[in-house]
Design a protein around this ligand. Sequence first.
Ligand SMILES: Cc1cc2nc3c(=O)[nH]c(=O)nc-3n(C[C@H](O)[C@H](O)[C@H](O)COP(=O)(O)OP(=O)(O)OC[C@H]3O[C@@H](n4cnc5c(N)ncnc54)[C@H](O)[C@@H]3O)c2cc1C
Length: 498
Amino acid sequence: MSDYDAVVIGAGNGGLTAALTLAKKGKSVLLLERHNIPGGCATSFIRGRFEFEVALHQLSSLGSPENPGPLRMMLDNLGIMEMLEIVTTDTMYNIVMPGRFDLALPSDRVASQEVLKARFPREKEAIDKYFDLVFELCMQWVNIDVLKDPEASREKYPLFYHYRFKDASSVLDEFFTDPELKLVVGIYWMYLGMPPSRLAFFDLALVFFILLVYDPAHIKGGSQALSNAIIEKYLEHGGTVRFNCGVEKIVISNNKVAGVITDDGSEITCDAVISNASPITTYFDMIDPEYVPPEELRILGTRTIGTSAFTVYIGLDCEPEEVGIRYGANFLCTSTDMEHHFDLMKTMQPPGAALFECYDVVDRDFSPPGACQIAYVAMQYADPWYDIPPQRYADAKYAYAQGMLDLAEKAFPGCRDHIEEIELASPFTHLRYLGHPGGAIYGAEQSPKDCNLMIDPISRIKGLSFVGAWSTTGGFHPTLASGVTVARTIPDLKGVMS
Ligand SMILES: Cc1cc2nc3c(=O)[nH]c(=O)nc-3n(C[C@H](O)[C@H](O)[C@H](O)COP(=O)(O)OP(=O)(O)OC[C@H]3O[C@@H](n4cnc5c(N)ncnc54)[C@H](O)[C@@H]3O)c2cc1C
């Protein structure tokens, strides 16, 4: 008899919902997290009088009680929704190219189209047609779930087949001529970490559609409040959790999971292991090579490690309006060339585009009275950081942050003079805290080659499965959903418990 039915490695979004789903089903579950708090990316930290949000800028797919999105329904089922307080905003995002333009898109289809048509009158018809396409394509996906239709064919779903893997760049070119317009409707490429030329149009359309239909949301208390709520519910259902307790090894016997060995050398037996760590770390560091199926290694060899991020966490000693910040999510861009912005993500040069998220515009209580906080994020790969010797690491971090602050100062003059607290996180910071190769925050690259349709979260080693960004796609909704889906479908656990 094993110590536990299942051990979950890692308390990121995917690990948390997997552990809770299993505990709710009456399984005995041990959740092991190397950090001292739950959440992975979904955490906060304190500097001075600010509690900084690490990762959540815009929560998608939540919707309202009247218009519930898939994430709300899932969190409701888990008993989590009632533990959270949500605030929403009616602005999807503001996009600023200092000295050139500044445009805010409302999170409403008709209002958004009107804003775009007023700014780009020569492309009025194309704007309407583009929105029609986005909505028709995504509604087809939401209502029909093409993948579950055994008779799905190109004839039956022509739109889906035509656009599922078509690149976003060619679709934007097909509809629009003005590069500013392409940038404005294509800016969510940054949430997916792939330039339009390598991004499936469908993925771009889906993010745009979801945030337009369900309004971007924030959680009072930030993403840490969500992670804490899931842990609380998990404990209520009899789950066990250990923090400061990483998993070093997964024990395999007869091509089946037999248990885990923790960093402090304790051996725990179990029938299933769910890993929120990357498959790369899981197969290469945690499992002895003779037990790793060659097919898993072959699949890993086809995948590309995705982007990490460089974040400047800023506490300002003033209200947002004092320095001209009127919207929560602000994409700051130096040009309209999104492909060039992506290329810069692999260098130490200042970014071409970055997200400047001021939480207090949407939630007045987010920071202490009279203050506000900003998470200022540039997508960046870890690659260039490997070339920097340790003694130059701090200087390199400050130099990169200065480049970002120069851009912020152009968009919000005077904001630099109001900085009370500042903290930096490089791709190496994410690598250190998450343990993922390259400090990847969305798992593998989100190109069609590596998209979730190509990934099987159930390993060829019996009893082992994966949750989180590496097993689906990055972002809060997909990773939270992956834990629930995988926990419900683990074949070996069903066998164990039936
Ligand atoms: C700066 C930033 C901004 C972001 N902005 C947004 C946003 O606005 N909207 C959005 O939807 N998404 C955003 N994301 C992405 C989103 O946060 C992530 O994709 C998601 O949270 C990842 O969840 P996950 O389940 O993959 O687990 P992760 O968060 O990757 O956590 C993995 C956990 O596993 C633990 N672990 C790893 N190895 C071991 C081991 N051997 N033993 C024990 N524990 C281990 C780690 O300590 C960690 O806690 C952002 C991320 C970052 C960093």
